[in-house]
Design a protein around this ligand. Structure first.
Ligand code: 3PG
Length: 389
C-alpha cells in the first residue's frame, strides 16, 4: 500500500475520503470523535502544500436527491472552527471543482449521488478526474465497496492510504496477528445474529471469550436457565451451544454470568433487582451482569496481555444497569494489556466512564471494526493493495 505520508503533495489536487459520518442533532455535531481523528490527515495534506478536497457520507439518505437532514453543513461548520484556513462546502462537484493550494473544499454528502452505493464506474471516474492523488482514509467505511471508497481509487492517477487508515490497520493488526497472551475478547451488544461471525472468528483466536448484553442472554438460555422477557434469540440457542462446546473442546469456555440485574420493564426509571442467574423468572428482563460476574470478568481482564472490546455488557445508558459495563471499563483502564475498543456503543461507554486515555487504541470503525475482527478483507484496503503492488 502506498502511504500519503510518503508522497510529495506540493501543488497537487488531493481528494481525501474520510468517514465523517457523525451523529448530528439540530444541525450540530454531537460526537466529534471521527472528526478529531480525521483532522491530522487534512492538516498534513495542507502542510504538504496540497489543494484539498474532502468527501464523506453522512447517514443513509436516498440516492439521487438532496436531503438537508443528511447535509455535510454541520461537519463543515465544525471544520471551519477546527482548521486554520478557508473551508467551503460544495454541492456540485462532479464536473469540476475550483480549489486552491492551502484551501479545503468539502463535498456535499457522497450518498446524494446516484451510483455511490453500487460503486458505479461512471461516478467513480468523475470523482477520480477531480484529483491528482486520491487518499483513502475512511477506515470506518473501508468495508464498503462504493464509488467514493473503492471505484474512485481504481481510476485515480495515484491512490494511497491516509494516516488514519494506516494507523487503524496497524493497531488492529498488531492486536490480532501476534497478540500478547492471554488474549481476552469481550463481545457485548444486543444481538448474537449481528455478531455470530465475529464470535466464531474470535473464539478460535482468543484465550478467553466473554459475552455480555443481549448476546449473553442467548448464552444464558443455552446454558438451560430462564431468561424471562429478556431480549434473546431463540433460534440461535443451538448456535450458542455449539460455540460453547467448541470453546470447551479447546480447553476454554464462554462463561455465562452467575448473577444478573433484572427489572420488569425497559425504562430509565425501572427498579433494578439483583438475582442469581438461576432465579430469573418469566416476568424478568435481564439488563446487566451482577457484581460477582463483573468481578470475575475484571480479574480475567486484569491478567490479560491483549484485550479486544466491542459492545457493552448491560443497558449502561441507564445508570442502574451500567455497573457491569463500568466495572469492565475500569478493569480495562487498570490493565497493562494492549487494549483495543471499537463500535459506536462501546465508544459511548468509553466516554461515559472516562477511560479514553487508558485504552491503547480506540478504533473509529463500527461495522468495519467488526469485519476486521472477523478476519474479512476490507474492499477499500484490497483496492489500495492492488494499486500499490
Ligand atoms: C459506520 O458508521 O459504521 C460507517 O460510517 C459506515 O456507515 P454505513 O453502515 O451506513 O455504510
Amino acid at each position: 500500500i502506498i502511504n500519503m505520508t510518503d508522497l510529495d503533495l506540493q501543488n497537487k489536487r488531493v481528494l481525501i475520503r474520510e468517514d465523517l459520518n457523525v451523529p448530528v442533532s439540530d444541525g450540530v455535531v454531537t460526537s466529534d470523535a471521527r472528526l478529531r481523528a480525521s483532522l491530522p490527515t487534512i492538516q498534513l495534506a495542507l502542510k504538504k502544500g496540497a489543494a484539498v478536497m474532502v468527501m464523506s457520507h453522512l447517514g443513509r439518505p436516498t440516492e439521487g436527491e438532496f436531503n438537508s437532514e443528511y447535509s455535510m453543513q454541520p461537519v463543515v461548520d465544525y471544520l471551519v472552527k477546527a482548521l486554520d484556513c478557508s473551508v467551503r462546502l460544495v454541492s456540485d462537484y462532479l464536473d469540476g471543482v475550483d480549489v486552491n493550494v492551502g484551501e479545503v473544499v468539502v463535498f456535499e454528502n457522497v450518498r446524494f449521488n446516484v451510483g455511490e452505493g453500487k460503486n458505479d464506474d461512471t461516478l467513480a471516474k468523475k470523482m477520480a478526474a477531480l484529483c491528482d492523488v486520491y487518499v483513502m482514509d475512511a477506515f470506518g467505511t473501508a468495508h464498503r465497496a462504493q464509488a467514493s471508497t473503492h471505484g474512485v481509487g481504481v481510476y485515480a492517477p495515484v491512490a494511497c492510504a491516509g494516516p488514519l487508515l494506516a494507523q487503524e490497520l496497524d493497531a488492529l493488526g498488531k492486536a490480532l496477528d501476534n497478540p500478547a497472551r492471554p488474549m481476552v475478547a469481550i463481545v457485548g451488544g444486543s444481538k448474537v445474529s449481528t455478531k455470530l461471525t465475529v464470535l466464531e472468528s474470535l473464539s478460535t483466536k482468543v484465550d478467553q471469550l466473554v459475552v455480555g448484553g443481549g448476546i449473553a442472554n442467548t448464552f444464558i438460555a443455552a446454558a438451560g436457565y430462564k431468561v424471562g422477557k429478556s431480549l434473546y434469540e431463540a433460534d440461535l440457542v443451538e448456535e450458542a451451544k455449539r460455540l460453547v462446546a467448541n470453546a470447551r473442546s479447546r480447553g476454554g469456555d464462554i462463561p455465562v454470568p452467575t448473577d444478573v440485574v433484572v427489572a420488569s420493564e425497559f425504562s430509565p426509571t425501572a427498579a433494578a433487582t439483583l438475582k442469581s442467574v438461576s432465579d430469573v423468572t418469566d416476568s424478568d428482563m435481564i439488563f446487566d451482569i451482577g457484581p460477582d460476574s463483573a468481578e470475575a470478568l475484571a480479574k480475567i481482564i486484569e491478567q490479560a496481555g491483549t484485550i479486544v472490546w466491542n459492545g457493552p455488557v448491560g443497558v449502561f445508558e441507564f445508570d442502574q444497569f451500567g455497573e457491569g459495563t463500568k466495572r469492565i471499563a475500569e478493569a480495562i483502564a487498570n490493565s497493562k494489556a494492549f487494549s483495543i475498543a471499537g463500535g459506536g456503543d462501546t465508544l459511548a461507554a468509553v466516554d461515559k466512564y472516562n477511560i479514553a486515555d487508558k485504552v491503547s487504541y480506540i478504533s473509529t470503525g463500527g461495522g468495519a471494526f467488526l469485519e476486521f475482527l472477523e478476519g474479512k478483507e476490507l474492499p477499500a484496503v484490497a483496492m489500495l493493495e492492488k494499486r500499490g503492488a
